[in-house]
Design a protein around this ligand. Sequence first.
Ligand SMILES: O=C(O)CCC(=O)C(=O)O
Length: 293
Amino acid sequence: MRLDAPVLAGTDKLERCSLRRVVEFGSGVGQLREGFGSDGFVSPVRVASEVEARRHRRALEDAEAEVGPLHYQYKMHTVMTSPLELATHPAMLDVVEELLGPDILLYNACYIVKEPGTSAHVAWHQDLTYWGFDSDRQVSAWLALSPATAESGAMMMLPGSHTNGRLDHKVGTDGSNVLDNDQYVAGVDETDVVLCPLRPGEASFHHGWTLHASRPNASGDRRIGLNIQYLHPSVRQTLHDLDTAMLVRGEDAYGNFGTDVPATGNLEPRAMEQRAKREALVKGTYVSALGAT
Ligand SMILES: O=C(O)CCC(=O)C(=O)O
């Protein structure tokens, strides 16, 4: 495993850090906006109950039993009703509305699964570096479907890093970095890192320039999250004219994206074929967007 950054002092420090910034939805939307504006993320926010989260985990695992691993596959909300339901959950959209405004496009929903006892990890990176968008009116959500803890490799965020804009990314050759091009930001100072532990059904929300990463899963359970990206409709794709999204709240006065079709069933072959085509297009453009060394 290569993380290209100093080793953290220990999980105690991480857990203490995380307690400084507990935000419960309902404690005041101003607080959400304020935390997001100053830190570049808010966490944890309860979006679904643990019972609901268990049901959604089962939906994923039933699908995996049918078609194999679904880790890091794009636009899963176009082929399965469970991620669509979560990505359009009113509690989820209420938070996104506070952060992005009343008009919301759903761009992507993608499971990120770190199996127990593997070296899979996520290196320090910024999301917006490689999506090709012309603006940062975007929010990333990460909804836990199993416990995300210090042991299982919960996400770590660097508060305030979103104010520095785009940082240089390198492209590595480490197969255990979950990211598509093994991209990473080198030499991140982890002194002020905040761990974002989540119970099933809780979510974190981060800005596209926020530096974030996660360690391997050393627990006995799978660490499963649904990663969801939302955009303001004014955002434009600069790499090509073929990108798609789905209006999930408010209005789209811009028409910058083609339309993703929401899943009406599970793993329906035509929808799966379309999803695979979209994924090939998106992933094919990332390398040029990355402009990494
Ligand atoms: O799943 C992880 O640990 C990292 C996810 C991530 O990079 C993201 O949600 O943007």
